[in-house]
Design a protein around this ligand. Structure first.
Ligand SMILES: Cc1cc2nc3c(=O)[nH]c(=O)nc-3n(C[C@H](O)[C@H](O)[C@H](O)COP(=O)(O)OP(=O)(O)OC[C@H]3O[C@@H](n4cnc5c(N)ncnc54)[C@H](O)[C@@H]3O)c2cc1C
Length: 306
């Protein structure tokens, strides 16, 4: 079912039709506070009351013309300003294919550099990681952006065999790194096919990112998972390394494991929630369904009107 949903996420035919159905729209509200920027900012303010920071992302990927990428970059520049005016503990995360990576890497870099320069120094501009063909281009662009501006961070995926080498390089740079399991459909030549191997690799990578060498290098590690067993192992490891709770950062997605988000924040861990918003939600929503097939039950319930 996971594979089927991930294949569906790339269907243009479905993307154009599915959002017209009320039951789809109702199910999506479980994972996003609304389509408008104001919905995302209001949700960020509510989370801030529980000492939970946010990372905001405007949904979209693989845009096809420069004007569209310019519009996305302008949207994020305006968002930066709205975050500043509202004084919210919020950062921004971008997808490079939404900023024109498929069209021209230099053009995409110019947008990222401009956004990073406008990001306050105490905050990070995050770069999402997309499918495996984009990994090299994303890490190259990240490295160049970081040479120009230190406050950029990048996501890496534990399901890829290569990630351990990427993490070692990022640690040597003292980078900001968000560690995830990985959300796309990848072949067994590139990614661990078994979930248990992904989980084990995640733990090994988290240990590297929270270990003594990474701390010496000034790495900011955002442990982005909803896996409570893994979170507990990582908390235990960090404590055994002498890290205080406020030095360990977790990130989760809006609407998932809400009680755990509050619990971690109350225990003094740094907690961030990624809020997605915008009208281009179909592929992103399919990936959320694929992560937990039980979510199909919510979809079915909304379809039958309960
Ligand atoms: C902040 C953040 C940023 C991310 N950025 C990227 C990115 O840039 N690139 C990328 O490839 N992936 C990204 N992801 C997605 C990630 O790769 C995983 O697909 C996703 O987090 C699910 O994996 P998990 O670590 O939560 O563990 P899993 O083992 O999949 O899930 C553990 C438990 O969490 C709960 N859970 C997980 N997912 C869901 C869901 N969708 N709905 C309801 N419950 C759920 C379930 O209880 C499940 O048993 C991001 C995730 C987060 C939290």
């Amino acid at each position: 079912m996971r594979r089927g949903l991930l294949v569906a996420s790339q269907s243009q035919w479905l993307r154009e039709r599915a959002p017209r159905y009320g039951f789809m729209r109702r199910t999506v509200t479980r994972f996003m506070p609304g389509e408008e920027t104001s919905d995302a900012l209001a949700a960020a303010a509510r989370l801030a009351e529980n000492r939970i920071a946010t990372v905001l992302t405007h949904l979209g990927e693989n845009i096809a013309d420069r004007g569209e990428a310019d519009g996305v970059a302008q949207h994020y520049l305006d968002l930066n300003e709205r975050i500043r005016v509202a004084n919210l503990p919020a950062e921004i995360s971008v997808k490079l294919t939404q900023l024109g990576l498929d069209l021209d890497a230099k053009f995409c870099f110019a947008h990222v550099a401009q956004l990073a320069e406008r990001t306050p120094p105490e905050k990070t501009l995050w770069i999402d990681m997309e499918q495996s063909p984009y990994v090299d281009a994303t890490l190259d662009l990240y490295q160049r952006a970081r040479e120009r501006c230190r406050n950029v961070g990048v996501c890496v995926q534990a399901y890829l065999y290569r990630t351990v080498q990427d993490v070692e390089r990022l640690i040597a740079m003292g980078a900001s790194v968000r560690l995830v399991k990985g959300a796309y459909n990848e072949p067994a030549e590139l990614a661990f096919p078994k979930k248990k191997d992904v989980d084990d690799n995640y733990f090994q990578l988290a240990k590297l990112l929270l270990g003594a060498e990474a701390r010496r290098a000034g790495v900011r590690a955002a442990i982005a998972t909803h896996d409570r067993a893994l979170i507990q192992r990582i908390c235990d490891f960090a404590a055994s390394e002498g890290a205080r709770n406020e030095q360990v950062e977790f990130q989760m997605l809006y609407g998932i494991q809400r009680a755990e988000q509050i619990r971690l924040a109350q225990h003094g861990y740094r907690m961030g929630v990624l809020i997605s918003y915008g009208s281009y939600w179909f592929p992103w929503f399919m990936r959320r369904l694929a992560e937990r097939p039980a979510n199909m039950l919510f979809l079915a319930r909304n379809f039958f009107g309960n």
